[in-house]
Each structure stands twice: as structure tokens, then as C-alpha cells.
Design a protein around this ligand. Structure first.
Ligand SMILES: [Zn+2]
Length: 226
């Protein structure tokens, strides 16, 4: 067992996880293991989104203090997702382009240690908005993306019911007390993502799970190593 594994188990035991979680939860935290999985299945590859789709905009809030934790939790402003997820995003981007629109990515693959940290710093009444480390997050599997729509020319985000990571009732994709423009933009985003194999999260209009995420393991490998 290397230092990293000890660290992960330490986090699970002392910060919100349970003793049984460390027995049942399988987390890929060695680069070698990830590379082995990649050899057996090329779909396992964590692809840097902007390298595959150069026209997407990035706003990686977790690499800045401008996020709900108030501190930078990523040391690099990068976004990754598994290969089939990025392939699907590429199709979404192509379709949006015809209407002068594009995607802006807030977050993709998130190392498991960051999910543990989020759980720890989130107050009890807001825990519905963050993943419980006992099960891990679909972001930890490289199969969830947080995103919104932008005007391709200006780069300006389209108006949505709430800001990103607004832990409020209005962030629900079915929240009704919104302006007609906010509703139109939100529902359009949800529809185009659903058409390409994603499901919107019930509490957050910006969070999309890739259908089939169960086939991808949880990971705790830093961006720097990918
Ligand atoms: Zn998310």
C-alpha cells in the first residue's frame, strides 16, 4: 500500500465515510492500474475535452477561489472525461454550432479525494447538491460534466435560472418559477444533452451524467498525471 492509498482510506475513515466504505468501494488510484484498464478497453481513456473539441469554452471554477468552497481545489484548470463521453459532447457541440451556440464546461472528471473534501465542507442542509463519498460521484468515474450554453461569437453564457453551483431550489431542472427565456435556454440544453446520451441531475440543471456510467470505475488520479 502506497502513501496515496493510505491517504484515501484516512479520508474515508475520518471525514464522512464509514468503515465499510473502504471495504466495498473500489477506487483506481494508481496510474499503472489506469493504464492497464486502458489497454483492455480504449473507452476508459480520460480525454482532455478541449483537446478533442477546441471550440468549447472552459470555466474551471474549482481551479479558482470562485466556487462554493472558497478555495482552489484543483491545481490545474483542466477538464477531462472518458472517451465516449467526449465523443458525445463533440456531437452536441456540432449541433449547437449550427445555431451559433457552444458549450462552456465548468467541470468534468473529478478525483475522488476532491469529492471527499466537498462532502466535508458542505453544510448538512446542502448535502443533496454534493455526492456522498460512500458511493463516490459520477464525476469520479469521468462520466459527469457540469456545463452551460454560450454564444459562440461573444463567448457570453446564455441566461439560465441560476448561476453554476447555486445550491438552491431554483437549480432543479424542473423548477417552474423562472422567466420564459431562462426556461427556454434550460430546457433546450437539457433536450440536446438527452438526445446525445446524457441525463440531467434532478437538483442541478448544469450537471449531466453519461448513460452507462456504471461501467466506469471511480478514480483518484490527479490531473497532472493524466
Ligand atoms: Zn456535477
Amino acid at each position: 500500500m502506497n502513501l496515496k492509498s493510505v491517504f484515501v482510506i484516512f479520508w474515508i475513515c475520518f471525514f464522512g465515510g464509514s468503515a465499510e466504505a473502504q471495504d466495498t468501494l473500489k477506487i483506481v488510484n494508481h496510474l499503472h492500474d489506469y493504464q492497464q484498464q486502458l489497454k483492455g478497453n480504449p473507452n476508459m481513456q480520460l480525454v482532455e475535452i478541449v483537446k478533442a473539441i477546441p471550440s468549447v469554452k472552459l470555466d474551471i471554477r474549482y481551479a479558482t477561489k470562485n466556487n462554493f468552497t472558497g478555495v482552489a481545489v484543483y491545481s490545474q484548470a483542466r477538464a477531462f472525461a472518458r472517451k465516449p463521453v467526449v465523443d458525445a459532447l463533440q456531437k452536441v457541440q456540432e449541433e449547437l454550432k449550427k445555431q451559433g451556440l457552444g458549450l462552456k464546461i465548468f467541470d468534468g472528471y473529478r478525483p475522488y479525494a476532491v469529492t471527499v473534501k466537498f462532502w466535508k465542507v458542505t453544510p448538512p442542509d446542502k448535502k443533496a447538491f454534493v455526492a456522498n463519498p460512500k458511493a463516490g460521484s459520477r464525476h469520479n468515474r469521468g462520466c459527469a460534466v457540469d456545463l452551460t450554453l454560450v454564444d459562440l461569437k461573444s463567448g457570453k453564457a446564455l441566461e439560465m435560472p441560476t448561476a453554476y453551483d447555486s445550491f438552491s431550489e431554483a437549480a432543479s431542472p424542473t423548477y417552474q418559477n423562472v422567466t420564459p427565456l431562462q426556461k427556454k435556454n434550460r430546457d433546450f440544453l437539457i433536450k440536446i444533452m438527452e438526445n446525445h446520451g446524457f441525463t440531467v441531475f434532478k437538483n442541478e440543471w448544469w450537471h449531466y451524467d453519461f448513460n452507462g456510467w456504471e461501467e466506469f470505475p471511480l478514480m483518484d488520479i490527479a490531473f497532472e498525471k493524466l
